[in-house]
Ligand binder design. Structure first.
Ligand code: HEM
Length: 199
C-alpha cells in the first residue's frame, strides 16, 4: 500500500498531473497509437495477392455454374480459382455486386483486379473493362465499347507490343484466377432456332 502511495506521489511530482489524469492520458495515447498503426499495412503484407473468401464470392459451391470453382481450404482465405469461364459469365464480375470479386481478362487469361477497385469499380476510370476481355482496347489504348473484346485481328506489331506490356503488368500485379472458354455449343434445336431460340 505504501508502495502504491509512493508511486502516485512520484507521478504527481514528475508529471504535475494527478494519477487519474496521468492514467487517462496514458490510456488515450495507447488508443491513438493502436488506431494509427491499424491504418497502415505491414511491409510484408503490402504486395500480398488478394484473398477471396467463399462468402465474398457469393457462389453456391455445391451448385455453381462454373463447375471448376475450387475453394482451397475450409479457412476460406485463399484465392479462388474459377477455371473455365465464358465471356458471358465473366460479365457478372464487373464490380456491380460488392460481394463478388472484380475480374478482367487479357489474352483469354482472367485476373482478379479487386485490389484496384478505384480503377475498375463502379465509377472508376476503367470500370468499362471490369468483367470484360479487354485485350483489343488495351492494345489500341481505346475506350470505345466496340474495342472492348478479345479480337486481336488486324493489330500491328507495336499494338501487340503494347498489349504484351499490359499482360506483363497484370501478371505481375494480379492473381490469375481462370481462363476464357468459348460459349458452349448450342444444340441443333437451338441452332435451327425453333425450340430454344435466344432472345
Ligand atoms: C490521358 C491519358 C491517360 C492518363 C493520364 C492515364 C493515367 C493513368 C494513371 C496515373 C494510372 C495509374 C497507374 C498506376 O498507379 O499503376 C493509370 C492506370 C491505368 N490505365 Fe491509364 N491513363 C491514360 C490513358 C489510358 C488509356 C488510353 C488506357 C487504355 C485504354 C488506360 C488504361 C489504364 C489501365 C487499365 C490502368 C490500370 C492498370 C492497373 O490495373 O494497374 N489508360 N492510368
Amino acid at each position: 500500500m505504501e508502495l502504491y502511495s509512493r508511486m502516485m506521489e512520484e507521478i504527481t511530482f514528475h508529471t504535475g498531473l494527478s494519477p487519474t489524469a496521468f492514467f487517462t492520458i496514458a490510456a488515450l495515447m495507447v488508443v491513438v497509437y493502436r488506431t494509427v498503426c491499424g491504418m497502415f499495412v505491414a511491409p510484408e503484407d503490402f504486395n500480398k495477392p488478394p484473398t477471396i473468401t467463399a462468402s465474398a464470392t457469393n457462389i453456391n459451391i455445391s451448385n455453381n455454374s462454373f463447375g471448376n470453382l475450387n475453394f482451397n481450404d475450409s479457412t476460406n482465405e485463399k484465392p479462388v480459382h474459377l477455371g473455365d469461364v465464358t465471356e458471358q459469365q465473366l460479365r457478372a464480375y464487373d464490380g456491380s455486386d460488392p460481394n463478388k470479386p472484380i475480374l478482367m481478362a487479357i489474352k483469354g487469361q482472367i485476373y482478379d483486379v479487386s485490389t484496384s477497385k478505384m480503377f475498375y469499380g463502379p465509377g472508376g476510370p476503367y470500370a468499362m473493362f471490369a468483367g470484360r476481355e479487354a485485350s483489343r482496347a488495351l492494345a489500341l489504348l481505346s475506350f470505345k465499347p466496340q474495342d472492348i473484346n478479345g479480337n486481336l485481328e488486324g493489330l500491328d506489331a507495336p499494338e501487340l507490343e503494347i498489349l504484351q506490356d499490359w499482360e506483363d503488368k497484370f501478371e505481375e500485379k494480379y492473381v490469375k484466377v481462370g481462363q476464357l472458354v468459348p460459349e458452349p455449343m448450342r444444340t441443333e434445336q437451338t441452332q435451327s432456332g425453333d425450340k430454344f431460340k435466344e432472345s
